[in-house]
Design a protein around this ligand. Structure first.
Ligand code: A4P
Ligand code: MG
Length: 175
């Protein structure tokens, strides 16, 4: 594609934008505020456009029980970033929220998981997409269903079917 800029004809890389879904979670230092702030920060990252934000959901911790309840949500974005630069951007935001990795599945100020990136299936050292825990987690599927009820997940099927099959948990929508 060519653009006329100041009388010069410039060839720009036409990068394909992909639709991606990001899972947000927090259970420390005002989790609702952490998630709301993360939505805003995600929206202004370079090469990312916010498409939709789910509501917030509260649930007891999955994994170690001696930690506070979680607030979770899902964002739909459009991005020209490929998978690893997108993960770098998400981890940069986690760091900005003073996330310290102390314990696997332990408490965190902000967790950003790349749930889906278009129809890409990725299995690298740093990244597994679709996110491997996606189908087991109602706190991910419920907000995903809220913003993308017709979504069909590559290799897994319709989000509505996955949600119906997912074990019940104590998950409440918070205003
Ligand atoms: N990684 C691989 N694939 C991905 C992906 N699709 N998205 C790698 C993001 N990261 C991915 O992540 C560890 C490494 O996973 C990253 O460096 C990246 O290269 P982490 O966030 O540092 O590690 P973690 O805490 O050990 O594990 P993880 O998998 O993020 O934990 P989860 O699965 O997010 O679980 N209960 C409720 N109710 N709500 C929650 O949100 N969250 C957890 C944490 C536990 N219990 C919960 C919740
Ligand atoms: Mg994570």
């Amino acid at each position: 594609m060519y653009y006329n800029v100041g009388g010069k004809s410039l060839k720009l890389m036409s990068q394909q934008a992909e639709v991606a879904y990001i899972g947000l979670g927090s259970n420390l230092d005002d989790p609702m505020q952490q998630v709301q702030t993360a939505f805003d920060e995600l929206a202004i990252l370079p090469a990312i456009r916010m498409v939709a934000k789910s509501g917030l959901y509260r649930s007891p911790p999955v994994g170690p029980a001696d930690q506070p309840d979680y607030i979770n949500a899902v964002a739909c974005i459009q991005t020209t970033l490929s998978a690893e630069p997108l993960l770098d951007a998400l981890q940069g935001l986690e760091q900005a929220h003073h996330r310290r990795r102390i314990r696997h599945w332990g408490p965190r100020t902000l967790d950003l998981d790349l749930l889906l990136l278009g129809d890409q299936v990725i299995q690298s050292e740093r990244l597994v997409v679709p996110h491997p825990q996606l189908t087991k987690r109602r706190f991910v599927l419920q907000p995903l269903m809220e913003i993308a009820p017709d979504l069909v997940i590559v290799g897994l099927g319709p989000v509505s079917v996955l949600l119906a099959q997912c074990p019940q948990m104590d998950l409440i929508s918070v205003p």
